[in-house]
Design a protein around this ligand. Sequence first.
Ligand SMILES: [Zn+2]
Length: 362
Amino acid sequence: MKENLNHLLKYFSTLFIIICCNVLFSQSSSDVFTVVLDAGHGGKDPGNRGNGYYEKNIALSIALQVGSELEKKNDIRVIYTRKTDVFVNLFKRAEIANKAKADLFISIHCDAHNSNAYGAGTFVLGLHANQRNFEIAKKENSVIFKEENYEQKYGGFNPNNPESVISLVLMQEEYLDQSIKAANLIQEFFTKNLKRKNRTVKQAGFIVLKYTYMPSVLVETGFLTNKNEGKYLNSKKGQTEMSTTIADAIVKYKNTISDSFSDVSSDIVPENNPNNTYLKIQITSGSKSLELKSYNFKGLNQLSFSRSGNIYKYFFENTNSFNQAKKFLDKAKLSGFKDAIIVAFNNGQRITMDEFFKLSTN
Ligand SMILES: [Zn+2]
């Protein structure tokens, strides 16, 4: 009897833990979009001093204003890498974003050049296509010389060596599509809403973008070295306009991402299936939210996903015929999803294959 009671106690405490976990999970799976705003430079690192302005101050002011715009939205969580004039190393900035499991990382800067160059540009991590882009990245990366043990910290990375940059880009590659999408929106909003000169989206080897595990963009809001642009970026009007525009682009990006999910994620039930019982091919799963585009899934179409806590499962196709499902499975495996499996659903709920066969012979 006592043993039975012990069993019962164990059973209920396990049940209790499971229920608690479920509650926690469903809270963390709420649709809050986390954005990390990274004001470039700070403290002992002033950034560029074009026309006597301080890049670190302008970047901070814009980042804080972008944040206060976004904080007005209930479904956006804003995290800053710095909110005051302090030095934060590049590694730490990425770490803050990773710890927050952010959905987007935006680093804000101002450019400088010895010409009269002007205009706003956005960057994603990649190999610089030309010397000019390499120079911009080199300048933004050179801050690591102000850090102790930078060689160890950044794996022997040398900002002055173009070859060294190649090793940077590999890790961010899986977020490249989404980074480009965010960068394009920011650039489009700068050009259309603010009539800023379009310096387009470019790729270059920025260290701060390397260590983040999420779509990441670096914004060069304009040139402090250009007389008019420097004045504009240092003014209240300029900073407000830039901030509002960046915030609007981030909201648009967030909406684009969630729209493409809700469009396709609802389980489409084949019409000729009275039991609402059907099969899909589970192709992959993970903590990363991917847009349901064929280029994210080795060319496959007919995609859907489910989310539980921080885990996303991605599916291919939908059928109530087991033979058809086997053909889809072969196609998925041929496309490179070697671990793909057939999974069964009833009314949107996952069921076992046994249950599927029972229901479908009824
Ligand atoms: Zn900078």
